[in-house]
Write a protein that binds this ligand. Structure first.
Ligand code: F6P
Length: 550
């Protein structure tokens, strides 16, 4: 209980009930759970849209799920959800509404922020984006010298990069292959250099994506891109208007940078950066896949929004996924969560989720500013299977850590693969199914012995099993399915933030580094004295300067 009489999360009876249940459950064994209930493999599954979600291989019983749902009720997860969908200012530290769900609402929906329906604005921007995307794709929009645009370079970082870059990769099979797309984020000049070195400026469009238009990495890269363009096109400043567009909430900064606001696609402060790729931030993606496919993706998001908003607790997939994470993180001591897509096209999916999850729920004070006394967001990590199998799966199978994992796979390969490459899909998916089976059920010492393994090797070849996984299976990776998947994770992250009573929508933790970088930079370039620089950093700066011959 706090001084002002609030009961904190870990003091609630629902929390205590889960802790007690954890003790009583002891070391629950998946082999036993499956043996005791032949229906588990089909009963413990849910469907949302095109996604088949199997949660049978989790270290939970019906009682665990019931108690977790009681915790969700006690922490009013659905109340906060409804406040979010209503446009209330649930991002309390920034005093903002959280309305990424409005970005994919149908045209006739009514969602109000401060008494104003935002849906018409959302669709007006989407329509402008569609018009622009069509003009690029058709060749109607030409560069300064009259040549058509063949290259699109998105410059942004964090949510202004990861979302569009991930989705472009995911939906490559749906992209216009006559156009080249590059995504530049790193302030390391090598990133822009590699992205532009083989491009013709006369055929290149830069899409400058920045919610605030103050992010130093993006503004620095955009400035260098402008120099590159002008150097390649004879220095005529008028070229900028044909080769630069901006995606931002900050019209003043955009025009201050020299981009005509006629070439700006706007969004709003109620869209968090990591929730923004279905806003104007998705312009590069829309150019790549076309407006119709982009809208299909938004419809996929919306489908899961509606599911999250209306499905009862027992069948609400984001709620379930969020609560399972709470179970492992808060009651079984898991520190991390692996997301392992069995699709080459999802090679950037986990990196995208890292920002979504870790920037949202990497918090250590609650919504009242009191230190949390419970674990919050996990370390999210992973790369596409089967590559991970030959790298770090050893540790998941036989290491000492509890690592819950999501396996994401598709029944059908991309249509454009040749027959032989299509056939490889079964091998990929055989690995997909085999891994969750091995993780769950392992191999006992007796099973190892039965294979004639010498006794001294038995412990080494034994698989303890009992490693929990969720399997998410869809027919095919389409724009809609991608939208469904991302929305699923967005709402999962929401659920966890609500249970932990943290503000999942701010990101103050990235500020200090930004301020210090600005302070240190003059020390690197000019050898300026930085007041209060610690001894370690001062010595590192000196070594750096020496190596640079300064
Ligand atoms: O990393 C901090 C952050 O503010 C992210 O939340 C955001 O996605 C990123 O920087 C980029 O910000 P902007 O779109 O304003 O350039």
């Amino acid at each position: 209980m706090t001084a002002d009489g609030r009961t904190r999360l870990h003091q609630t009876p629902e929390w205590a009930a889960l802790a007690k249940h954890r003790e009583q459950l002891g070391e629950v064994r998946l082999r036993e759970l499956f043996a005791a209930d032949p229906g588990r493999g089909t009963d413990c599954t849910l469907r949302v849209g095109d996604l088949y979600v199997d949660h049978s291989k989790h270290l939970v019983t019906d009682e665990t799920l019931r108690l977790l749902q009681e915790l969700a009720a006690a922490t009013d997860v659905f109340g906060l959800r409804d406040a979010m969908f209503r446009g209330e200012r649930i991002n309390i530290t920034e005093d903002r509404a959280v309305l990424h769900t409005a970005l994919r609402a149908p045209r006739d929906a009514v969602i109000e922020v401060d008494g104003e329906n935002v849906v018409p604005e959302v669709h007006a921007v989407l329509d402008r984006m569609a018009g622009f995307a069509d003009r690029i794709r058709s060749g109607e929009w030409t560069g300064h010298t009259g040549r058509r645009i063949r290259n699109v370079v998105n410059i942004g970082i964090g949510g202004s990069d990861l979302g569009p870059a991930m989705a472009y990769e995911a939906l490559r099979a749906f992209t216009d292959r006559s156009l080249t797309f590059r995504f530049v984020s790193n302030v390391d000049g090598a990133d822009l250099h590699e992205a532009t070195r083989d491009l013709d400026p006369a055929e290149t469009l830069f899409v400058i994506a920045s919610k605030t238009f103050t992010t130093i990495e993006t503004i620095t890269n955009a400035t260098s891109a402008r120099s590159w363009l002008l150097a390649g096109l004879g220095g005529d400043e008028k070229a900028v208007a044909k080769h630069f567009v901006a995606l931002s909430t900050n019209a003043e900064k955009v025009s201050g940078f020299g981009i005509d606001t006629a070439n700006m696609f706007e969004f709003w402060d109620w869209v968090g950066g990591r929730y923004s790729f279905d806003s104007a931030i998705g312009l590069s993606l829309m150019i790549a896949i076309g407006p119709d496919r982009f809208r299909e993706m938004l419809d996929g998001f919306h489908l899961v929004d509606e599911h999250f908003r209306t499905a009862p607790a027992e069948s609400n997939v984001p709620l379930l996924m969020g609560l399972l994470g709470v179970w492992y993180g808060n009651f079984l001591g898991a520190q991390s969560h692996a997301v392992l897509p069995y699709s080459h096209y999802l090679s950037k999916f986990t990196a995208y989720l890292q920002q979504l999850d870790m920037e949202s729920n990497g918090k250590s004070v609650d919504r009242d500013g009191d230190p949390v006394e419970w674990q919050t967001g996990p370390v999210v990590w992973g790369t596409p299977g089967t590559n991970g199998q030959h790298a770090y799966y050893q540790l998941i199978h036989q290491g000492t850590k509890l690592i819950p994992a999501d396996f994401i796979g598709f029944a059908r390969p991309a249509a454009e693969l040749s027959g032989e490459l299509q056939a490889q899909h079964d091998l990929l998916m055989a690995n997909f199914f085999a891994q969750t089976q091995a993780l769950a059920f392992g191999k006992t010492p007796d099973e190892v012995r039965a294979e004639g393994v010498p006794e001294e090797l038995v412990p080494h070849k034994t698989f303890r099993g009992n490693h929990p996984t969720t399997t998410i299976l869809a027919r095919e990776l389409t724009p809609s399915v991608l939208g469904q998947l991302v929305a699923l994770y967005e709402h999962k992250v929401f659920v966890q933030g609500a249970v932990w009573n943290i503000d999942s929508f701010d990101q103050w933790g990235v500020e200090l580094g930004k301020v210090l970088a600005k302070r240190v930079e003059p020390a690197l370039t000019e050898g300026a004295e930085v007041p209060g620089l610690d001894a370690s950093t001062a010595a590192l700066v000196a070594a750096y300067r020496e190596s640079r011959g300064r």
